[in-house]
Design a protein around this ligand. Sequence first.
Ligand SMILES: [Cu+2]
Length: 316
Amino acid sequence: MYDISPQDASNFVAGVDLAFMIILIVSVFFLVAITAVMIYFIRRYKKEKHPKAIQNEGSVKLELLWTFIPLALVLVMFYFGWMGWKPMKNPPEEAMEVTAIARMWNFRFEYENGKLTDSLYVPVNQPVVLNLRALDVLHSLYIPAFRVKEDMVPGNLKKMWFIPGQVGSYDIFCTEYCGLEHSYMYTGVRVMPEEEFEQWLKDTTAVAATTDASATPADQGFDVLTRNGCNACHSSDGSRLVGPSYLGHWGTMREVTVDGEKTEVMVDEEYIRTSIYDPNAAIVDGFNKGLMLSYEGLVTEEEIELIIAYIKSINE
Ligand SMILES: [Cu+2]
């Protein structure tokens, strides 16, 4: 068991809030004090009351006072800031590891047993380390309730850790501007009692179960697209987003660039499959290379069948 104040959402709340309070109190004190002295001087030294200006040559005592008092104050702020921050850099050995993967514009969480989810699930009162991976551009993972935030940098594995203190649901935001749909890049963290979490973690059918098996293949296909965040870049109504719409091209010839050369390809099952697993092999005319990343290992062959069923269904 870890020693977290019972009303705190994580082990870092106390340290961060204390540093915040101290800085806030110092700031408010000086706002009030400086404003008061300023008003006092305006009245005291106005022309009617003090008609002749005097030249002040300075005072060593005053100079020392207003050097050392602020120095002491900023050192106090530094001390509490440091004490709140330092434990964030030292995750305990026994912490459970989860990999957080960010891409334009969603988060994914991968557990040690291979389970993959789009919101974070963690057990209460157990340390959790998040390995932060960004696939395309800079993102930043922020859980305000836990007082933790860390940049996610492509090619640079950073870590974040915390001990959730209370069962409940909290927000996760991306706090690094990462393009068009940045403001929609949010999800949640669900803190569960330990037994419930163990149950949840073992149940690897849970992800598949979010798709209703009795739904038509086309509807299931749409679920797959939603779950993977494809709809941030592709519309179903013909409108142009970051990528081409799903509507209107099935069975037609597509103008693409392959290895720098323009050609035409037929939009069929094979083309859709390659577009998902190797998106930069053929770039659709008028769209940018390098924005869509491969979904190999994230979207299964069966899910691609469902996506194709969906694309066919809207193009009938
Ligand atoms: Cu982002």
